[in-house]
Design a protein around this ligand. Structure first.
Ligand SMILES: Cc1ncc(COP(=O)(O)O)c(C=O)c1O
Length: 385
């Protein structure tokens, strides 16, 4: 019996760490493509420092604020611990501010927690790329008028940031873009960190290494993931590499320049196409999930914003996360419970973030929507693809 060749199912996977970027996203030179990154906008780009990670950018902020006498940080009660880690290590008082069911900070909570002028900073993070609601914007302005400094963590928002809200802005770039390392931080002149605390040049500095340990390992992981997606048979060789890169990031807390390799890739990325694909994917997924029983789209797309993920509220997010992972859709839960910020109530388990990034297209999103609907209707059920 000769038999037909075995059918090899195409690997289809959504989410997880970025693999190596595809050529269709490299094209800053294309006519009409955006040359200045959106986070710089009309700003003076010499004011931006580029470091290896979001945590290093926040360490720059921490040092500058501490040198000016700031000791308290108001933070959303629902957060990623890496947002506050440099402040916690330096002994700041972390004051949680309540968030509502949409994970938006409650403006009255900011008002209630303000301390004496020039002691309190407010860490404002527009999660999932959503614009800041008008009432919260107004409250942040009031806080500034009372001598507080507003720090915007634009990690989810870097592709369409809100200029004019914050005194200090920063973002980790590797959450939205396939760079192996990278983050930016922008300080006003009066809050420059003391000389010697932070030795990071802006721009493509001579001090920046071509790569660093993190870049090398994460790039190897990205290449291995391309092999995995192509069915190379080296089952999941990328996963331990991504873990090793992440572990290294955690040890490198002192600010160092972003690698030249990542700076170069950043300059080549077609960020306008990246943004448009995210918008198209989020719109397709939100549309397909509207009305699905047991699922609320918390972050429906809004004009001009660029989503990091589509946030869903379901009854049991861990169960949905497991069911989707079994079908090749890897959705993060933003975030695991905080260990650094005191909590007033149990950590919610109803939020799941669905990837809508530039690797995918609306047809993928329709498939993801069917899988989500199927998993919600038949919690232990099969794959409706
Ligand atoms: C909102 C937000 N800010 C900052 C960070 C820290 O960035 P990094 O992991 O590059 O240190 C993270 C990381 O998950 C984050 O989600």
């Amino acid at each position: 019996m000769t038999g037909a060749p075995p059918v090899v199912a195409p690997r289809w996977e959504i989410g997880g760490d970025f693999e190596t970027v595809t050529p269709d996203l490299l094209g800053h030179h294309r006519l009409g493509a955006q040359r200045t990154p959106p986070w710089v906008g009309a700003d003076d780009d010499r004011r931006y420092r580029y470091v290896e990670s979001g945590r290093q950018a926040l360490a720059v902020v921490e040092a500058a604020l501490r040198a000016s006498g700031f000791t308290r940080l108001l933070v959303p009660e629902y957060l990623c611990d890496s947002m506050v880690q440099p402040f916690a290590v330096a002994g700041w008082q972390l004051v949680p501010v309540p968030v509502d069911a949409d994970l938006q900070v409650v403006p009255a909570g900011v008002a209630a927690a303000l301390g004496p002028a020039r002691t309190t900073a407010v860490l404002h993070a527009a999660y999932f790329g959503r614009p800041t609601p008008a009432a919260l914007r107004a409250q942040l302005r009031v806080a500034q008028d009372h001598g507080a400094v507003v720090v915007a963590d634009e990690t989810h928002l870097a592709l369409a940031p809100e200029h004019g809200i914050a005194d200090i802005r920063m973002a980790s770039l590797r959450k939205l873009l396939p760079v192996a390392d990278g983050a930016y931080v922008r300080l006003p002149p009066e809050l420059e960190p003391p000389t010697g605390v932070v030795d990071v040049q802006s721009g493509m500095s001579a001090a920046a290494p071509e790569d660093n340990g993190v870049t090398r390992i994460r790039t190897a992981a990205m290449v291995a993931k391309v092999g995995h997606l192509g069915g190379d048979g080296k089952d999941r060789a990328h996963l331990p590499l991504f873990t090793a890169a992440e572990e290294l990031v955690e040890t490198r807390t002192a600010p160092r320049p972003m690698s030249r390799a990542s700076r170069r890739l950043l300059a080549q990325l077609d960020l306008a196409t990246v943004a448009r694909r995210r918008q198209d994917n989020a719109a397709a997924l939100a549309g397909a999930l509207t009305g699905v029983p047991g699922c609320r789209v918390v972050t429906p797309p809004t004009a001009g914003s660029v989503p990091s993920h589509l946030l869903l509220q379901v009854e049991d997010a861990p169960a949905l996360q497991r069911a989707l992972a079994a079908t090749g859709v890897f959705c993060p839960r933003h975030w695991p419970p905080s260990e650094l910020v005191p909590q007033r109530r149990p950590w919610p388990t109803c939020y799941l973030s669905v990837p809508v990034d530039q690797r995918y297209e609306p047809a993928d999103m329709m498939c993801v929507a069917r899988l989500i609907a199927g998993a919600l209707i038949h919690p232990a059920g099969g794959d409706p693809r």
